[in-house]
Ligand binder design. Structure first.
Ligand SMILES: C[S@@+](CC[C@H](N)C(=O)[O-])C[C@H]1O[C@@H](n2cnc3c(N)ncnc32)[C@H](O)[C@@H]1O
Length: 236
C-alpha cells in the first residue's frame, strides 16, 4: 500500500499535461476518439474515472449526461479536474495501489481507466478493486501503451517485463511497467475480467492535418491499445 499523501509523478506537471492533452496528437486525436465510442450510451450511468488526470474525459462524460466520480493520485491533477468540472462533481485524491474503501461493492456501471494502469505496481490488486465496485452488468474500458510501442522505445526483447524509468522533456521522471501482451491478458483475467473487445488505436484524419509526422508514424506502428472488459461475477 502506498500512502495517499506521497508525492505523485504528475505533481508539478499537471499544468503542462492539462494544456497539451486537450489538443495533443496522442490524447485528442488518438486516445479519446478511440475510447469514447467504446463507452456506449452513458446517460444516467455512474461512471468512475480512475486516474482521471485533468478531467478531460470527465468533461466529455458530463456532456453526455453521465453521473461521474473521478480520482487521481496527483493533487495537482485533482485540482485541475475540479476546476474544469466545477462544484457538484466528486473528484478525489486516491492511489490505485490502495483499496477503493470509499466505494461500496457493485455501485458503478462503468469504469474508465485511460493511460494509467501501466503506472500501477500491483495491477492485479487494482483491477480486482475495479471489478469489486462494478455492477455485474458493468464494464471496464481501459487504454494503455501498446506493448510493441514500449518494446520499440525501451529495446531489449519484446518479452521483457520490467519497470522502466525515462525522463520526459520538461524534466518529468516517467516510470512505468512494460510487459508483453500475454502478461497483460494474464493479469486482466486473473483479476476476474473477460475481454469483449481489443482495439488497436488508429490516428484520426484530423491528426493528419495538425500533426502529419505523428500521423504517419501511428498509421504504420501501434502506440496505444484499448480493451473493453466484462467482470465475471459468481452471482451471474
Ligand atoms: C497520462 S495521464 C492520463 C490522464 C487521463 N486518464 C487521460 O487519459 O486524460 C496519467 C494519469 O494517471 C495518474 N496516475 C498515475 N499513477 C496513478 C495511481 N497509482 N493511482 C491513480 N492515478 C494515477 C497520473 O497522476 C495522471 O493524472
Amino acid at each position: 500500500m502506498r500512502p495517499d499523501d506521497s508525492e505523485a509523478a504528475y505533481d508539478g506537471f499537471a499544468d503542462t499535461f492539462a494544456a497539451e492533452a486537450a489538443v495533443s496528437p496522442y490524447n485528442a486525436h488518438y486516445d479519446r476518439p478511440t475510447i469514447l465510442p467504446l463507452l456506449g450510451d452513458v446517460r444516467g450511468r455512474h461512471v468512475l474515472d480512475a486516474g482521471c488526470g485533468p478531467g478531460l474525459y470527465l468533461a466529455e462524460l458530463v456532456a453526455r449526461n453521465a453521473k461521474v466520480t473521478g480520482f487521481d493520485q496527483s493533487t495537482d491533477m485533482v485540482r485541475h479536474a475540479r476546476a474544469r468540472l466545477g462544484p457538484g462533481i466528486t473528484v478525489r485524491r486516491h492511489d490505485l495501489d490502495n483499496p477503493l474503501d470509499w466505494l461500496d461493492d457493485e455501485t458503478v456501471d462503468l469504469v474508465l481507466a485511460t493511460l494509467v494502469i501501466h503506472y500501477v505496481r500491483d495491477r492485479v490488486a487494482a483491477l480486482r478493486e475495479l471489478h469489486r465496485v462494478l455492477r455485474p452488468d458493468g464494464r471496464l474500458v481501459l487504454s494503455t501503451s501498446h506493448p510493441t510501442a514500449d518494446w520499440l522505445a525501451d529495446g531489449g526483447s519484446y518479452f521483457d517485463a520490467r519497470h522502466v524509468e525515462e525522463t520526459w522533456t520538461g524534466g518529468m521522471l516517467h516510470r512505468y511497467w512494460r510487459q508483453p501482451l500475454e502478461r497483460w491478458v494474464a493479469e486482466i483475467t486473473e483479476a476476474g475480467f473477460v475481454i469483449e473487445r481489443l482495439v488497436e488505436h488508429r490516428p484520426t484524419p484530423a491528426m493528419d492535418r495538425h500533426h502529419p509526422h505523428t500521423y504517419a508514424k501511428l498509421s504504420r506502428e501501434p502506440g496505444f491499445i484499448a480493451l473493453l472488459l466484462r467482470p465475471v461475477k459468481t452471482s451471474t
